[in-house]
Write a protein that binds this ligand. Sequence first.
Ligand code: UD1
Length: 340
Amino acid sequence: MKKTVLVSGGAGFIGSHVTVELTQAGYDVVIADNFSNCDETNYKGVCAILGRELPLIKMDFCDKAAVDALFAKYPIDAVIHFAAFKAVGESVAEPLKYYRNNLLSFINILDAAREKGGCNVLFSSSATVYGQTDQLPVTEESPRQPAESPYGNTKTMCEDILRDSVKAYPGVRGIALRYFNPIGAHPSALIGELPRGVPNNLVPFITQTAIGRRECLSVFGNDYPTPDGTCLRDFIDIVDLAKAHVCAVTRMCENKMKQEYEIFNVGTGKPLSVLELITAFEKVNGVKLNWKYAPRRPGDITAIWADPTRAEKELGWKAQRSTEETLAAAWAWEKKLAGK
Ligand code: UD1
């Protein structure tokens, strides 16, 4: 029997890539999105890659009646929850907007899972829960640290809400995937990242600078205690990251979990500096990037990368794509958007 997976925020950057991988792995996917932070570009791209339309429900997960109606309509075996606000700076300026949206949407999903008598729930968490630690790489047992921002705090809080719900409600099972820095685009160049306004994240800023939409990339800080003075991150390819979701959903649906609530790091295990990433982008794509050093960005941590051993052992998942492939895909997507 085919299993049905509900993907909240399925029209977004990560959700659209996960939808493609799940469908190609044989799952029926129902996409639900309120389009508050994206348009239909990625949804259309998903349909083009798959060669067919997928069910798309325009709805807000903060609307409990709408969530209940969705669960009544479809035989949902698993939910992946992406529908959340994600701008760190905005979350500092408007914390209530973040707490209301990111917590309430998840609570409504868990409530529907509880009322249904059980469901598999995958939460999209973040390495942001680790904060800055001296013990690198981080394992899933590394202590979480107080979040730097309300956005980060909603990730930590949702992990706890999932953990406690799993404990209390029979049949509700959960996995939290802690993403490091997802970058890149689908090799088809039909789906990718579509930041609204000025990008906050590094790779969209790089590609927009390379294409000429931004004048100059600022590298935030060159005085960090790292080999070249710039921050170290674990950049994970978006298609690799999407595949980790297929492994996690399958583990839940096939009753292979060792505990009712599990956590996995999703990263490459290899740190790369901001400068190394820029150099790799220029080299693989044969472009010269206009960039300059700028002061540190408040709230940035010096270095973080994953120990991905648990995901490899338990999920059978490992990052496959090279940084070069990933950066070539990011550039192909930006050129496609620009019509070049
Ligand atoms: C950020 C969020 C994190 C979130 C993740 C999603 C913060 C503090 N953290 O991670 O919670 O889960 O995005 O992908 O924002 N950089 C530049 N110039 C730029 C943009 C970035 O030098 O124009 C540098 C940053 O200083 C950082 C690195 O690039 O060292 C990566 O930045 P970014 O892509 O924003 O990701 P994170 O900050 O690691």
